[in-house]
Design a protein around this ligand. Sequence first.
Ligand SMILES: [Ca+2]
Ligand SMILES: [Ca+2]
Ligand SMILES: [Ca+2]
Length: 282
Amino acid sequence: MPTLPAKPRIALDGSLTDWIASERIDYNDLSGYSFYAQPQDDRFYFALSAPTAIGPNTTFWLNTDQNTATGYQIFGNAGGAEYNVNIKTDGTVALYSGAAGQTLVLDNLQIAYSADRRTIEFAIPKAAIGTPPVIKTLFDVNDTVFGPTNYSAQPYIAYDNNVSRTDPSHKIGIVYSATTAAHYFSPTAYSQLFMAVQSQAMQAGISFDTFGKDIIADFAASGAAHDIINIRANPMLNSFAAVMSRATQVGTSVVIAQNSANSITLLNTSRSSLSSADFRFV
Ligand SMILES: [Ca+2]
Ligand SMILES: [Ca+2]
Ligand SMILES: [Ca+2]
C-alpha cells in the first residue's frame, strides 16, 4: 500500500520540482496547462505552467466566500470573485478587488518566473484575503486563454490545511485494493489516486486510516540494504512490539495481521529475522 512521500517545502524559484501531483488542482482540461495550489505557513501558494510565456494582464480570480453571487462578476455573470491577482506590465503582481487590477489591496506579491516565463509561482498572505478555508479559482493567461474555458463550469479549488473540524472523533477510511489496482488503467495512476485521497484528507484536516492487504514479495529484513515498512497513523500497529505481537510465521511467510481485513504478508521471511530497524511508525 503506497504511502505519501515526504512533501518538499515550496520555494518560489520558478521551478515546479517542489510540487507534487496531488497539489495539482486543474482537471487536465486545458491542453499543456497545469495549475497547482497548496497552503504553507501563512500563505497560499499557487503555480501555473503554460505552453506559452505568461505575461501582463494574466489574472487569477479568487472567489473566497465560495458564493458566486457575491464579489466581482467576470463578463458580468461569472466567478463572484472577492479578489484577483493580476500581473502588471513590468511583470510584478498585486492583489486587487473589483475588476482585474482595479482596486489595489496588496502590492508586490511574491512571484517567481522560469527563464522562459512559461512557469510562475506566487504566494498570497492568507490574512490579506480573509483566511478563507477554500478558494474557488479561475484564471486567464494574457487575456487569451481561460481556465476553465467556461468560467461558469467547475472552478479550480484551493484548500487551506488547518480547517477546524466540528467532530474530531470521526475519521475516514481509505481503502487500497490491489485487485482494483490491477484492473485500473495503470497501477501507477491508481497509486497516485490513492495518495491524492490521503493528501486531500490531510488538507481538509481530517485524520484517516488506510486499509488493505499487502503482500511484499522481496522483503529484505537485514543487511545494509534492508527494507523498511512505513506504517502511518495506525492505532494498533504503532510500535515494533505491537507489530511482533501480531506477527505469525505462516509457512515461509510472516503475516502481520491488524484484523481479518488488514494484513501485511512478507513472503520468504522468517519472523525471527525482523527487527525494529525494519519498521517506521509515522
Ligand atoms: Ca518552486
Ligand atoms: Ca486578465
Ligand atoms: Ca464570492
